[in-house]
Ligand binder design. Structure first.
Ligand code: NAI
Length: 462
């Protein structure tokens, strides 16, 4: 048995960042993780491996679509699925080992095993019980089940199974037109699978800017993906040679069937808190099943805190990381804080989609007067040179004060470009501040400046 200032349960982006920050601030810290490697869902079966496959398949797409246009000729690359999987696994190993190194460097003890909390101040791992002045639960989330669709991680898979299918399927049906469905769907579409996305709502990526969602759908369609919107999936039947998916169209309740090979269930995730003993401990949950916390990430039990996907808010690795740092700072006597108004969201397809702050829809709902500055990548020299001129930047600013309220980008490196607007939002900048900032030429980021100019007297290249 050992005694710590802090035991963090879970070594995903929320937990491991929390543990490292707390150790940097002088606390004696351990982090419990039951997987064989650190990094949680994100590094092992989420963000990182999916980005490896997105990167590899984007290179394939470039070779197939654009190499000849640039005078690069020769044999087309062939897909060696086993080798692509090995590349992905190597990326995972490099990243998870990196966290192990950071734990050693910062003197964070890795307690290997699955944790439970027998009482406040104690964490049980295997047969050993450790004492802790404070506990942070950072156990993340798991794929949500869909009634009538039984996951076997073989022919009916979650994002985990979709990362390592034994072979590239001829046909794939994706249930859910959200982030996971579109990222993994576009991986397999580029690998040659016929991908059909079935989405319950009449649009993709709910909650995002409507104009972005429409443009994004058009671009994905051009890449060969098909969409059935306004449809609710009723069930999946795995047969010897195919999988049959039944769905109902919401507009007229008509029933339909779709034959496919593999089904990816991507209809959301739910907090993962099994085995912690929260019931017996008396930890309060929200109606949605998340651990209820106050603004300082404290649960109703003294000394027990929670962060990340296990609590309310967007299920994003970077939101969990920020909460991990904030709670570590609070426990070390500092003023930890997360600005929930400035959490970017990114979809790592090609082109990427990124957003931060308000959408036109939320501003209309709030009755706030706003203006729109929009600039298409078609007018950006770099984008044209790189066959990346699809999409646009849209900045929303207050009609009277010009203060930036949000931004929505579909286009090349949107996930990187959005951070200029994140900083602008943190500093309460006006669109004119961004418009008057010199941007290097030729860069994609000039499109952000042009959108800011479009909030005022007009963009130059539009
Ligand atoms: P999601 O919430 O983004 O999308 C789920 C979609 O499924 C929604 O559009 C919903 O309307 C639809 N849906 C629900 N039930 C349905 C049904 N019966 N039939 C048809 N459609 C149905 O969830 P997703 O994509 O599973 O991702 C889970 C979480 O992981 C999200 O919070 C997401 O933000 C996060 N994530 C983030 C990534 C990123 O930041 N790039 C990458 C992957 C996941």
């Amino acid at each position: 048995m050992a005694s710590y200032d802090l035991i963090v349960i879970g070594a995903g982006p929320g937990g491991y960042v929390c543990a490292i920050r707390a150790a940097q601030l002088g606390l004696k810290v351990a982090c419990v993780e039951g997987r064989d490697s650190l990094g949680g869902t994100c590094l092992n079966v989420g963000c990182i491996p999916s980005k490896a496959l997105l990167h590899a398949t984007h290179q394939l797409h470039e070779a197939e679509e654009n190499f000849e246009k640039m005078g690069l000729t020769g044999a087309r690359p062939k897909v060696d699925w086993k080798a692509m999987q090995a590349y992905k696994d190597d990326v995972i190993a490099q990243n998870t080992k990196g966290v192990e190194f950071l734990f050693k460097k910062n003197k964070v003890d890795w307690l290997k095993g699955w944790a439970s909390i027998p009482r406040a101040g104690s964490v049980k791992v295997g047969e050993e019980t450790h004492e802790a002045k404070n506990i942070v639960i950072a156990t993340g989330s798991d794929s949500a089940a869909l009634p009538g669709v039984e996951v076997d991680e073989d022919r009916v898979v979650t994002s985990t199974g979709a990362l390592s299918l034994p072979k590239i399927p001829k046909r794939m049906a994706v249930i859910g037109g959200g982030v996971i469905g579109l990222e993994m769907g576009s991986v397999y579409a580029r690998l040659g699978s016929e991908v059909t996305v079935i989405e319950y709502l009449d649009r993709l990526i709910p909650g995002s800017d409507g104009e972005v969602a429409k443009q994004f759908q058009r671009l994905l369609k051009r890449q060969g993906m098909s969409f059935i919107l306004g449809a609710s999936v009723q069930g999946a039947e795995v047969l010897k040679t195919k999988t049959k998916l039944s769905y109902k169209l919401r507009k007229d309740d008509s029933e339909h069937m779709l034959d496919t090979d593999v089904v990816l269930v991507a209809t959301g995730r739910k907090p993962y808190t099994e085995g912690l003993g929260l019931d017996a401990l008396g930890v309060k949950l929200t109606e949605g099943g998340q651990i209820a916390t106050d603004k300082r990430y404290a649960t109703n039990i003294d000394g027990v805190h929670a962060i990340g996907d296990a609590i309310e808010g967007p299920m994003l690795a970077h939101k969990a990381e920020d909460e991990g740092m904030a709670v570590a700072e609070i426990l070390a006597g500092q003023a930890g804080h997360v600005n929930y108004g400035v959490i970017p969201g990114v979809i790592y397809t090609h082109p990427e989609v990124a957003a931060v702050g308000e959408t036109e829809e939320t501003l209309k709902e709030a009755g706030r007067a706003y203006k729109v500055g929009k600039f298409a990548f078609m007018g950006n020299g770099r984008a044209k040179a790189n066959f990346a001129a699809d999409g646009f930047v849209k900045i929303l600013a207050d009609k009277e004060t010009d203060r930036i309220l949000g931004a929505h980008i579909v286009g090349p490196y949107a996930g990187d470009l959005i951070h200029e607007i994140c900083v602008a939002l943190e500093f309460g900048a006006a669109a004119e501040d961004v418009a008057r900032t010199c941007h290097a030429h030729p860069t994609y980021s000039e499109a952000v400046r042009e959108a800011a100019l479009a909030c005022g007297d007009g963009a130059i290249h539009a």
